[in-house]
Design a protein around this ligand. Sequence first.
Ligand code: PMP
Length: 286
Amino acid sequence: RIVYVNGEYVSEEEAKISVFDRGFLMADAVYEVTSVLDGKLIDFDGHAARLARSLAELDMASPVSHEELLAIHREMVARNGIEDGLIYLQVTRGNPGDRDFVFPDPEKVRPGIVLFTQSKPGLADNPAAQVGMKVISIPDIRWGRRDIKTVQLLYPSMGKMMAKKAGCDDAWFVEEDGVVTEGTSNNAYIVKGSKIITRHLSEDILHGITRAAVLRIAKEAQMAVEERAFTVEEAKCADEAFVTSASAFVMPVVEIDGAMLGQGKPGPVAKRMREIYLEESRKAAI
Ligand code: PMP
């Protein structure tokens, strides 16, 4: 694989990051994952805009312009021959040459940028979408700025492990009052009748790029949408559930904490939303 590190395209064996990089020592870094279908980028502008927002919230400068970022993404797709897959991008505060909690002077330390690709042939035809996912609920003990897409992914990783141990596919984070925030790496939705319900935006959840697209599609298709919090108990009694993310698109959920939804099969709203989302995304890909 060819990876991109601070201005250079190098083989993954040659790529080097300092041990003093703040992304490595402090998780002082933000990231984005963009899907590639048929060699084209899905929702690049949305990911670039969220990256800019994450950087601004952390007082980090962007190491590249919007145009450069697009050019680098395209170059990575071309150099790695990606038809279907993912592009991972990370921006770190950089390497101050020592370990210190205080942010380095931005005049002296430039942010670092890394990209790599993951080839996923048939990404949009994931057979899991036909079966649906089983999720468990776990306490949301993450920090309070989940709207910033930082690389602090230890607890989400632990959540996926808890799900795996329970024989399930993923976990939904739940606050003390039983209210669902989001999935470990996706936004969470329930469907009641024909109404799609998903948590409103705030600092409590990541502002999913796929979420924005799905809600736009739902409104265009005159499907009812309610942006509000819902509890696990309400979710267990819902007609359907699903999650969205840039890498899984729209993925049906058929079981929550052992309670089967609908007939234990992906519901019609989730299936239809997945189809329309993929169709529209392919059309708008660049
Ligand atoms: N919430 C969390 C916690 C996530 O990690 C992700 C995916 N990175 C999402 C939601 C979905 O966001 P997007 O649709 O932009 O991939």
